[in-house]
Each structure stands twice: as C-alpha cells, then as structure tokens.
Design a protein around this ligand. Structure first.
Ligand SMILES: *Cc1c(COP(=O)(O)O)cnc(C)c1O
Length: 427
C-alpha cells in the first residue's frame, strides 16, 4: 500500500481509453453507431451532426465551471471560455440577425421555460398551438411545467385545410387577452406567417415568442419566413435542422436581454455547458456556409419529392403536402394506425415516429398518423432518386397485404441503399 503505486494506478485509469475502462458502455455506443448507419432516419426532429461538432462537444471545456456570463463570471479562469461563449453568441447573432443571444439553455424546453420565467407571472395567460395539432409539450401540455404553471389557451388547425387559421388565432387572442403568444410547432408541414402573428400580438398587447426549434436550419438558409425580426423572443434547439449539438438558444430584442439572461442564470440553470456552447459555435459557423444552405435547399426538395410520391401512392398528407422539411401522413384511409406503421417501417429499416393528426380520434399512444422528415437522410447524402426509392419501400411496407417475405426483401433494399452513403467513416 505504498503511496506511489496507488497514484500510478489512478493515473492509469485516468489515461485509459473508454473501451478499456468500460467496454460495456463502449459497446453500447458502437451499437448505436451501427444502428444509425443501418437505418433510414426519417424522424423529422433528428439529424447527424458533423465531426467537428462532435469533437467540440467531447472537449476538455466540459471541465470548466463558468456560472455567469462572459466578463461577469462567478469563477476564476474563465478567460478562454469567455471567448468561446462570445464567439457562439456573436456567430448566432450574425447568422439570424438577432439583437441579443443567450447560448446557455441546455435544451429547447429550457429555452422556452426561461422565456416564460422572464416574461410571465404564475397563472398568466398564454396562447399557443394545440399539442395534438402539432404544438410542443412545452407549449402548455397539462402535465408539463408549462401547463401547470401558466394558463395556456390553444389554437388548432383548420379542419378542412390542415393549416393555421390566422383569423381564428386573432379571434382567440382577442377573447383570451394572453400576455404571450407562442408561434412554432413540432409537426406543422407548412410555412408559418410570423408577421401575421406579430400583428395579432400587437393588437392585443401581447408579446410574441417564436419557437423555431424545427425550422432553424431553414431560417438560417433563408428558406423559411424570418421569425427573428417580428418576434420579441425566438427560441430554438440546435440539433434539428440546424444540425448542431443537442441544445437550445434564446434570441430576443435588446429590451428583454437582461431579463432573459437572469432567467437562465441564476433563474433556472447553474453552470453552462461550455463544451456544448463550443459545439454550438461550430454549428453556427457551419450554418453560415454555402454548403449548409445547399443542404437545407435539398432537405426541402427531398421532402417535396417524398410528399409527392407518397400522395401518388394513395397516402393522405395533412394540408396536402409540405413547405418545409417534414410531412404528416394521415393513415386512416389505408387502415393502419400510427404505431403499427412505425413498427412496420422499423422492420424494413426505416425510422419514423407515430404522430397524432389534427382531430385524431385515436389516443396519443396509438395515433392515426406518422411524421416524416428529411433532414437526417439529406445530411447523409440522399437526393430525389433516393427519396423515390424510400417512397416505394414505404408504400410496399405499409400495404395491408404485405407478406413476411416481402418485408425481408424490402429490408434488403433499404440496406443496399444505405451502403452507398457511409455515415461517419472516420469512426
Ligand atoms: C423539439 C422541440 C422543442 C424541445 O426541444 P428539447 O431540446 O427536446 O427540449 C421545443 N419546441 C419545439 C417546437 C420542438 O419541436
């Protein structure tokens, strides 16, 4: 039990690679990489982040405590992370044209929570999209903190068009006199008129929060109407179309900057994740490139082609199609539920999620629909010809008469398609 021996063993453990320290966990990570390589990823909220983002996220910045903000920290030794965080803030501000940026929210939900915390008193009225029509759980779901702490009212989609009825939003705003209106959704396939939302908010003395979690990449590329100029607050995730690390951001007008910063720290969070903030800085740099813009354009083009092809195959799409990176298929007419479709597609190597359609009569654990998105497959390199192949595989798999042998051969087809598009070859 001599001291040096103990120390050297500690040092050996400190320096050993993951596969030696924890082969069980290392294998699980490898299994997940295999799963990602072997499936056609059509979950609309997912993407593959770049190697550079992965490197930043796994960096020694994870070691640093930095409560506070650049130049106003509660810990010493923050010079470097101050630069990291300032870089992330400035790049985000430039990318989206935001007056003020807070890059510390750990996730999209936390970003929303901070806006509510800064803007609302307990029990205040908010108007947001109905969850079962495409809203997010942080937009007032009864069992979510938002629905428990604030008084949420909701606007739904028009039954006939499957689109937001702005006149109805205005009517509800006048009726409920909310302090905050939330625009933005998790499963809405159409462009959102944020200018109209801002007008409605102004008309009733409410503030407008746009949650652009899903469409941030499209916004950065100029492919979706801008929420940053009309919105008092704009929140987003950075891991969906934006293709960065799993995290969140808040943008706001200068007048709200202090309140937002205080709401995040010390209001809701302690030390920021500077390694993830660094990864966000990388993501914002990449999102300003022509290559990124081209990929977003292809993402939208891929969604349009897939939507066209599914419709031609007899699948009903909510609102009849898509303007963005996702579509919502209503499977009622083909006699298969959302959960059945999700499972069937998994058997042929395609990942989607079951999703309620507007006015769905089935419970949320079953649903009548699936949500389908193209960000991840586009990052992987798929273009229109691959979307057509995926569509054929999906249509065949969802057919009520499909046999076990056919499922097998469809899965082979998916694997063959994927083999031409290697994922993270360096790993
Ligand atoms: C995904 C999403 C979020 C939440 O993001 P998390 O990082 O999962 O908390 C918030 N709002 C909308 C509209 C989303 O789609």
């Amino acid at each position: 039990m001599s001291k040096p021996r103990t120390e050297s063993r500690t040092q050996a453990e400190f320096l050993a690679p993951l596969k030696e320290i924890d082969p069980q966990l290392d294998n699980l990570i490898k299994d997940e990489l295999k799963r990602q390589r072997r499936t056609v990823e059509l979950i609309a909220s997912e993407n593959f982040t770049s190697r550079a983002v992965l490197e930043a996220a796994a960096s020694v910045l994870t070691n640093k405590y930095a409560e506070g903000y650049p130049s106003a920290r509660y810990y010493g030794g923050c010079d470097v992370v101050d630069e990291v965080e300032s870089l992330a803030r400035n790049r985000c501000s430039e990318l989206f044209g935001a007056e003020h940026v807070n890059v510390q929210p750990h996730s999209g939900s936390t970003a929303n929570q901070a806006v509510y915390f800064a803007e609302l008193a307990l029990g205040d009225s908010v108007l947001a999209m109905e969850l079962s029509h495409g809203g997010h759980l942080s937009h007032g779901m009864k069992t979510n903190f938002s629905g428990r702490l604030y008084h949420f009212h909701s606007y739904g989609l028009d039954r006939a068009t499957g689109r937001i009825d702005y006149d109805e939003v205005e009517r509800l705003a006048k009726k409920h006199q909310p302090r905050l209106i939330v625009a933005g959704a998790s499963a809405y396939p159409r462009a959102i008129d944020f200018g109209r939302f801002a007008e409605i908010a102004r008309g009733v003395g409410a503030r407008l929060m746009v949650d652009m979690a899903h469409i941030a990449g499209l916004v950065a590329a100029g492919l979706h109407p801008d929420p940053v100029a009309p919105g008092d607050y704009v929140t987003t995730t950075t891991h969906k179309t934006l293709a960065g690390p799993r995290s969140g951001v808040i943008m706001c007008k200068k007048t709200y900057a202090k309140a937002i910063d205080k709401a995040i720290f010390p209001g809701l969070q302690g030390g920021p994740l500077e390694h993830i903030i660094a990864a966000k800085a990388v993501c914002f740099k990449l999102a300003a490139t022509d290559e990124f813009r081209e990929r977003q354009r292809q993402t939208v083009a891929n969604a349009a082609r897939l939507a066209e092809c599914l419709r031609a195959g007899g699948i009903n799409l909510v609102s009849g199609g898509t303007d963005n990176h996702l579509m919502l298929a209503d499977l009622t007419n083909i006699g298969i539920t959302g959960i059945e479709a999700e499972n069937r597609l998994e058997e042929v190597g395609i990942t989607v999620n079951k999703n309620a359609v507007p006015y769905d009569e089935l419970p949320p654990t079953v649903t009548s629909g699936i949500r389908i998105g193209t960000p991840a497959v586009t990052t992987r390199g798929f273009r229109e010809p691959e979307m057509e192949q995926i569509c054929e595989i999906m249509l065949a798999a969802l057919s009520p008469h499909v046999t076990a042998a056919e499922i097998k051969s469809l899965h082979k087809r998916t694997e063959k398609l994927l083999a031409a598009f290697p994922l993270y070859p360096h790993l």
